[in-house]
Design a binder for this molecule. Sequence first.
Ligand SMILES: [Zn+2]
Length: 449
Amino acid sequence: MTETKSAEAASELHPELSARLRRAVADQADYLTDLLARLVRVPSVNPKFQVDPAFNRESAVQDVIEAELKALGFSTARSFPLPGRPNLIGKWTGSDARSLALCGHVDVVPHGDLGQWSFEAYGAEIVGDRLYGRGSCDMKAGLAAAIVACRAIAAAGITLEGRLEFHAVVDEEAGGEGAMAAAAASPGLAGVLITEPSGGVLRPWAGGLEWVRVTLRGLSGHSARRFASIYPSEAGASVPVKSVNAIELGARLLAAVRELETQWGISRRFPGMPAGMNTISPGVMISGCGEGPDGLPALLGNPAMVPDLCVIDFDMKFLPHERSADIRREFEDWIAHFAKTDPWLRDHPPEVRWELGKLHFPPVNTPLDHPLTRAVEASIIATGRQPEIAGMLGVTDAAHYAAKGIPAVVYGPTGGGQHGPDEFVLLSTVRDTAAVVADSIIRFCGVKD
Ligand SMILES: [Zn+2]
């Protein structure tokens, strides 16, 4: 019932109201640029990548955002999903049924080699339509646009029917523990709009992502006796000690996994995602002798020893309509079947371990006819553009909301250099994002008469 009601509201929005709101956003253009610059000038490098208090200032970014939200009448609260790293949640009162969260992450990736930057990494320098700096595009622009959308709604004198929340979260760049905590604490939420840089494309879908480790165990021995393993008839009984090379077990496993990947790629498709994006990429392969407490080889660097341990870490992407649990079972079954075809592995089956580095991103699959997707689509049209709708190739915090049953879509600005030098965002697209977000909010949350 609720969905139907707000879907109708999305198409019913009075054009005068939409136009008034657009003018209110346009009036905030200078404020938006200034706010973005202020956010970029506070370095907030995720400390999981680089510990340096001068740059790990997520909390100081939250201070800026909190002051903005409080000035607009939001109630605000902080929680700590990780020690010393606060989430900030702001709320305007309103109904559960049409509640919406605007979500953005405050952490950024490290600036890397400053010598490769042509601009000050945290200078927020403006050249033409570009504003440069680490985090400018990913994703302080989206945060600034979302704040300005709220400012415009307040300036236009609009009171929302549904509750609007603002989730400024930590840690997106290193797994999303901030969004996981925010989603877990928001059971009644009807939707979340994430203003990650989407290039002006509405992205209601994203594939899932898993990191999985496969450990293969062989049998160590002297390399001089390898011939006894590979030509057993030559050696006869004179060389009884045979070895099983774990690197070679790993190579065979890689080939088998590549076959599964090919099957997935050619037999499964999700409209709106490129064919074959469901890959199983081997990212780390390490082999040696003995097993250390961390599960990795204890001894490396002696080719005269036949390695008895091979560890392979895969980065596995699957489609928006697939389920993590099914994908995991399918991969495990494939590995088990592969092991049965090998005389050694039949008795020494490979071990599969999920959530390597705690990483686990369920897919996002918000329907096209969901009120939130429809609201953002209608808002793009209202701002004078043809909507483009496609899946998201990378993973975002949307996954953690989707995992809790909260429908999520991503819409945000355009830029370049994310995660590299000279990151920038196009200011015109940040203004566009603010206009689309403001319009989407009143369509989804509804307006009180
Ligand atoms: Zn991001």
